[in-house]
Design a protein around this ligand. Sequence first.
Ligand SMILES: [Zn+2]
Length: 198
Amino acid sequence: MPQRCPLCLGWLWGEVGLCQLCLGGLPAVAQVQPGPAPLEQTWWLGDYEMLEPAVKALKYGSVRTLATPLGRRLGEAVQAQGWRPDLVVPVPLHPARLRDRGFNQAELLARQVAQVLARPLEKPLQRVRETPSQTRLSGQRRIANVQGAFQCSRLLTGAVLLVDDVTTTGATAHACARALLAAGARQVQLAVLCRARP
Ligand SMILES: [Zn+2]
């Protein structure tokens, strides 16, 4: 039974995750903006409006195959800007949520990004505290919600590219970046598929 493309709902004929037309319509170059501190820069592939159906299908519809074309395109779009990190690190899920979902979408994306950039993927971050979903919280409460929720299990050097599917207020990436910098990373940049409005 062929599957449907989550963006245009057309049938997939041998394509993985997305149809050729929608894949071709994804931006080839990532958008980039400095910060928010302590992040050096944030890269994103496209607008939330454009990528929302794909992100939801990946995250909540368990369409894992989507991580391949989306992660590859994100990696290529960062590469097109000429920046190469020393290490690629996914934002971790709490073990309980990982058990429920069965996979970490950020890790699936990060694997593809690392492959495109020919850089090692590592998972030194751990969620040491279960945090309520950020979805219904305001900006300040999101920061408080995830503060100290992450720990880095080993010493780091060099520039780290942190990967997640979506960033909204940046609170989760902010907490991860603090843990990575505290472990010795020279700088941390964030790459996401899209930025959502809070
Ligand atoms: Zn399509």
